[in-house]
Design a protein around this ligand. Structure first.
Ligand code: ADP
Length: 191
């Protein structure tokens, strides 16, 4: 299995690149943000709980997030690989993912991080907010909080997978196609 963690701060282009990667490699795309938004749309108890945290730009607690992710993976047993988008976002989520994949006889293949300066992130997210319908995309202080949470809680995951030689960094500013080619070259070098 090709298990790719698509990594990077909010607004770095993970969703855009995931769409291209699905096409080229035939992978299942799991975005925890999309899963939460779907639960919120259906007004499930999980969605109502998650919304509380998301609307403040905070992380949803690990025990909710990890269970939801595992259900999604278990519901798709026959895939040739998975793009994890927005997961893991904490070291404990990374450990849980490693244990979970290892129980299934597989592992994280590679983590690719998209590198984009903070001011560019804020600009992109505010622009996206005009059409995304996402409340957390419309308020600069919430966006800045999401970036701060990323730096504090999520960024260390890059070093965590570096220890296993699995982390790669790609510039996330430029044309969508050229960024995609850089990501693909890292994947192709491994597979
Ligand atoms: P973005 O990366 O652009 O901020 P996402 O759609 O990935 O957007 O996530 C939106 C929100 O969903 C996050 O700010 C957070 O509140 C919540 N979320 C998504 N994934 C996770 C996760 N793995 N752990 C905790 N919270 C998460």
């Amino acid at each position: 299995m090709l298990n790719l963690i698509l990594f990077g701060p909010p607004g770095s282009g993970k969703g855009t690149q995931a769409a291209n990667l699905i096409e080229k490699y035939g992978l299942l795309h799991i975005s925890t943000g999309d899963l939460f938004r779907s639960e919120i749309g259906k007004k499930t108890p999980l969605g109502i709980k998650a919304q509380e945290f998301m609307s403040r730009g905070e992380l949803v607690p690990d025990e909710i997030t990890i269970g939801m992710l595992q259900n999604k993976v278990n519901a798709n047993p026959d895939v040739s690989g998975i793009i994890f988008d927005g997961f893991p976002r904490t070291i404990s989520q990374a450990r849980a993912l490693d244990d979970f994949l290892s129980e299934r006889g597989t592992a994280v293949t590679i983590l690719v991080a998209l590198d984009v300066p903070d001011d560019e992130l804020v600009k992109r997210i505010l622009l996206r907010g005009k059409t995304s319908g996402r409340n957390d995309d419309n308020d600069e202080s919430i966006i800045r909080n999401r970036i701060k949470v990323y730096e504090e809680e999520t960024a260390p995951i890059f070093d965590y997978y570096s220890e296993y030689g699995k982390s790669r960094k790609v510039g996330g500013v430029g044309s969508v196609d050229s960024i995609f080619e850089n990501i693909a070259s890292h994947i192709d070098a491994l597979c």
